[in-house]
Design a protein around this ligand. Structure first.
Ligand code: SAM
Length: 349
């Protein structure tokens, strides 16, 4: 059993750290359009200490997120420091090209996988420095392949070209596997499914569609706004036949390739096909709170422990106690659903 586990026996190996809750985009399904961060952020040295303690407890995958993580000055240096937490002598695995990297990632060969989720707006200039600093891979969020639609969703003019340049720079830098995440929201972008299939094939990226979850600031979610897995599959099949690819149990996405072998898509379906039983994740918010589920109604103040002078061992004990109480599952769409105490941008997706 993994070193860190909850009372349901799930091993916890995957850490997400939000390094800011500021964002330069105002995606309609995420934010209300307000300007500010609500919770603020911490010095990188504090996140680094948290990560070090957690890697010592069996975390093998660290994903940086936000808000928009690339808004933080010093993110490259932070990645460099994080990559020093890799067990000595072992290098990131992604030197041998896309096929090899995808295979390695599937079987978790990297002793410490360091990933980043970004809207890609600032990625073009940062992709190579991040790679050089030890970043393993990147996921770019992009909700339309049509520039006008993209602007309508993000509420930022001219973002599309920046994001496309970011994706291409990440490819050139060898940040593999390169994934593009698209949240589908009815009435906004379900007509982008087939264009994204074409995009996956043309750009050589894995496009993953995500079902819209009730984590938005505007509280507009309703079951009818969700474009679910079955619909995504049947729409894509109108374009080209798909073949399902076996995936690791703890992977959130169901994976498919096109029948002719060119292009891969994934579907992350937490609403219609929940995967809580295999959840291996915990999150640290930008203000240093641990959240054991996206839908937690409370969080656990790790940073307060640090401020009061806790030793690494005391931090580890605190973490162990928190993780043991991880929620069994979410209750989206059920009568007893209670909204999470924070929205996605302030948790870190
Ligand atoms: N700014 C970065 C980005 O855009 O990737 C990182 C933070 S963002 C909150 C992380 C991911 O959460 C993005 O892929 C975003 O599309 C997704 N997301 C935000 N709100 C969501 C919601 N209500 N349901 C599903 N996914 C959501």
């Amino acid at each position: 059993m993994a070193a860190l586990h909850d009372k349901f026996g799930r091993g916890i190996t995957d850490l997400r750290i939000s390094i800011t809750d500021r964002c330069n985009y105002k995606c309609v399904y995420c934010r209300t359009g307000n300007e500010g961060a609500l919770y603020g952020d911490l010095p990188f040295s504090d996140y680094l200490r948290m990560a070090r303690v957690l890697v010592g407890m069996g975390i093998t995958k660290v994903r940086l997120t936000g808000g928009e993580p690339l808004l933080r000055n010093g993110v490259v240096e932070f990645v460099r420091e994080l990559s020093k937490l890799r067990p000595q002598g072992l290098k990131p695995h992604l030197q041998d090209g896309p096929g090899r990297a995808a295979e390695a990632a599937l079987f978790h060969e990297d002793p410490l996988d360091i990933a980043l989720t970004t809207n890609g707006h600032l990625l073009a200039d940062l992709a190579q420095p991040l790679k050089d600093a030890g970043l393993t891979r990147v996921t770019v969020s992009m909700d339309a392949v049509d520039p006008d639609r993209f602007a309508r969703i993000t509420r930022v003019p001219n973002g599309y070209d920046h994001v496309l340049a970011g994706i291409r720079a990440a490819r050139r830098a060898g940040l593999w596997p390169l994934k593009v995440n698209c949240v589908l929201m009815r009435g906004f972008n379900e007509d982008q499914i087939i264009p994204f299939g074409m995009f996956a094939r043309e750009e050589g990226v894995t496009v993953r569609f995500i079902e819209f979850m009730p984590l938005e600031e505007g509280r507009t979610w309703a079951p009818s706004t969700v474009v679910a897995l079955d619909e995504i599959l049947s729409r894509m099949a109108e374009y080209r036949p798909l073949v399902e690819i076996p995936h690791a149990r703890s992977e959130t996405a169901r994976r498919y390739r096109f029948e002719d072998g060119v292009g891969e898509i994934g579907i992350i379906a937490p609403v219609s096909h929940p995967f809580c039983g295999h959840c291996s994740r915990i999150r640290i918010t930008s203000d240093g709170k641990i959240r054991t589920c996206l839908f937690s109604v409370w969080d656990h103040d790790l940073h307060a422990q640090m401020r009061r002078g806790a030793s690494d061992e005391e931090l580890a004990n605190f973490i162990r106690g928190v993780v043991a109480k991880k929620e069994e599952r979410h209750h989206i769409g059920e009568p007893d659903f209670v909204p999470a105490s924070r929205t996605m941008v302030h948790i870190g997706g």
